[in-house]
Design a protein around this ligand. Sequence first.
Ligand code: GLA
Length: 381
Amino acid sequence: MKNKVASTFERIFESKPILAFAPGRINLIGEHTDYQEGLVFPAAIEQGIWVAIQKNNSISCQLFSEDYQQEFVFDINSFSPKKGHWANYIMGVASQFQQAGYVLTGFDLVIGGNIPASGLSSSAALSVAVGTALSELFNLKIPKKSIVLYAQKAEHLFAGVKCGIMDPYASAFGVKDRALLLDCRSTTHVDVKADFGDYSLLLVNSKVKHSLADSAYNKRREACEESVRILQPTFQKATTLRDIPSNDLAQVQHILPSPLFPKAKHVITEIERVRLASKALEANDLNHFGELLKASHKSLSDDFEVSCAELDFLANESWKLPGVLGSRMMGGGFGGCTINLISRSSMEQFQSEIYSKYKSQFDIEAEFIPVNISEGARILE
Ligand code: GLA
């Protein structure tokens, strides 16, 4: 894809581009905790988004998407989001840079990617790749963490999803063969060796894309914020659910209205699971690590209610199979992939059983995606 993006750029714009790359991400555990300043445990993958870019001495930005085979043009001094359009992520990041006081002029840009399924954060990869490319193009030397924050804000303002920081952070800071134990309050991480020994990570693509996912996501976030407001008089120092200790759950249940409690409980217990899972991985206790993945799925499905029949089926059926230590839905929910930790010797049997069970239940052909944990965003030579 790198070469394709570069050659398309040269063909359309007749000049040599700067090339940038940013990867998609997986998340080992820690779902819907980032926007409550909790802990998450993501990692960057090999696949991602490539951006070819060059200045064009005008005020016009001319974009071409390899994946959509589509162009889009906007004026660098006057632009606004266009509902549901891929160009929003590019305009959104450009707008964040401008608001921060950086001066941009017109540019030509080609994007293309190879992220194999939904739920692997292609939008964050695109924003981070564009941020990395623009910083290099205009010699702005913007720190990686600021690019992450601009990417997140771009998604809020130009795509309307009030996402947390996990996806752009993992895309920017990914380290080969290591998972990032990211504290979303301090926005700092420690990386932990992701060595699974005789086991491997495998994603199963449910191929479900829920059209209401974005609005449901924002609603879940609001429910958490509402819980914090209600808990605040009792837990006076709490500014997010991160501040509520998991051993105070009984009291929390007493205070919160019944529809809100399970949502808060998910976030509070999930943050605890991330702590335990990172320790289990460091201690090479993969059985415990797998149990925590399973508990995470149950909590996301039963309490946070962001799973769907297909993801529940995939997780439930996976737990029953030999050699499977853990399986859970991954990412925002309502579709996308499950992440599974499976013994290498059981891989083939796992795939054939899940494929046929899923096909007969939903008439969908599940797709299997092996994962290699890789480096974060970078400028390419
Ligand atoms: C999406 C969001 C992230 C995070 C996850 C759920 O991927 O972009 O910020 O909230 O959902 O963990």
